[in-house]
Design a protein around this ligand. Structure first.
Ligand code: SF4
Length: 362
């Protein structure tokens, strides 16, 4: 397959489904495959792929939505900052509606606090340049795909000599979370569908530990119907043949080395640190903080931010959903107290969250 219509071609899809069924017949028992990318979660539901698979394949969603894995404490920090005089917080849209113990950024905005929704971190830099009397904080939530843009914004602020631009860094690294899941005895996984866009930046070599240490298959997938089916077929074939290697299905954008330029920008501005994930707890070397060389742009140290609690909303099972231990429908609040219009937890807020995807497509 080379052109986009081929990746959406129903005839090719039918052949792939037949091959999946044929191959899966040779599996000795049911196998659990986790996708760890919110884009994949939505695409799998949108194309109805769960219903097309044989019973021996159990697909589960992992912590692939950056909004969902951002802790209460981090959300509270952003809302607290928005409440400070002379401070404006810049956030991507999905993050605006995630509730923390101080409410949401959207609540703060409607109460007259200074919050602005952005599409690019450079909008925050631009605003800071034009409004030198306002302290502008970029709420940097995201995985390795987005993190280079946080770093680039800091570099741009430095180049402009800005003294009123700050980064509240909540960026996260995907491979350490995959490592933590494979080490967790409660989480039983046989293979990963690895994220396409994240891997474009970090390169598929970042998953070598999955084949070497855990001896499991891992296939980096694209987002179209036939991309996902082909990735599943590659995984099932590996499982049948007792193989365990990292493969790239999404060859039109992903390499084993990744995007060196983006990696350099990240390495220059940010440093890797132990970080808390919602549902997964503290994971070593799984997040990004502002490096010492750029300390003047670090919101965490510039502002005297209080320590907030990391408690989950009562009754919310986002933690278990993010680990693939339960499906959203097993949460007592799903579709009752918790809906996309009135979300209780982040997995229902985000367009890429599992609960939101189950509610809309399940
Ligand atoms: S349905 Fe709502 S309350 Fe339940 S786990 Fe999902 S987000 Fe949390």
């Amino acid at each position: 397959m080379k052109y986009i219509d081929e990746f959406r071609n129903p005839e090719i899809a039918k052949k792939l489904i037949a091959k999946i069924h044929n191959s899966a017949k040779k599996l000795p028992e049911q196998k659990t495959i986790m996708e760890i990318c919110g884009g994949h979660t939505v695409a799998l539901f949108k194309f109805g792929i769960h219903a097309l698979l044989p019973e021996k394949i159990n697909l589960v969603s992992g912590p692939g939505c950056p909004v969902c894995v951002t802790t209460n404490k981090t959300i509270d920090k952003s809302v607290w900052l928005a409440k400070q005089p002379g401070v404006k917080v810049f956030s991507f849209g999905d993050m605006m509606r995630v509730p923390g113990s101080l409410g949401t950024l959207a609540d703060a905005a409607s109460a007259g606090e200074k919050v602005r929704m952005i599409y690019s971190p450079m909008q925050a830099v631009d605003f800071a340049e034009k409004n030198p009397d306002e302290k502008c904080v970029l709420f940097g939530v995201g995985f390795e795909t987005t993190v280079p843009t946080h770093a680039a914004a800091v570099l741009a602020a430095k180049k402009l000599g800005l003294k009123n631009f700050f980064l509240l860094s909540a960026g996260k690294l995907t491979p350490p979370a995959m490592h933590a899941l494979l080490e967790d005895e409660k989480v039983k996984l046989d293979a990963f569908i690895a994220p396409g866009h994240v891997t474009t930046i970090i390169g598929a070599d970042a998953y070598k530990f999955i084949e070497e240490e855990f001896k499991k298959p891992c296939v980096v997938s694209g987002f179209e119907l036939c991309d996902l089916l082909e990735s599943l077929l590659k995984i099932i074939d590996q499982l049948v043949n007792n193989e365990h290697k990292v493969e790239i299905q999404y060859t039109r954008t992903v390499t084993f080395e990744g995007n060196k330029k983006a990696q350099e920008i990240i390495d220059e501005v940010l440093k890797v640190a132990d970080t808390n994930w919602r549902g997964l707890g503290l994971i070593p070397k799984s997040g990004f903080k502002v490096a010492e060389a750029f300390a003047e742009f670090n919101a965490e140290t510039f502002f005297n931010i209080p320590d907030f609690s990391d408690e989950e909303p009562t009754g919310c099972r986002c933690g278990d959903v993010l680990k693939g231990i339960c499906v959203p429908e097993e949460c007592g609040l799903f579709g009752k107290k918790c809906t996309p219009e009135h979300p209780v937890g982040p997995c229902m807020v985000s367009s890429e969250g599992s609960c939101g995807a189950h509610y809309r497509f399940g």
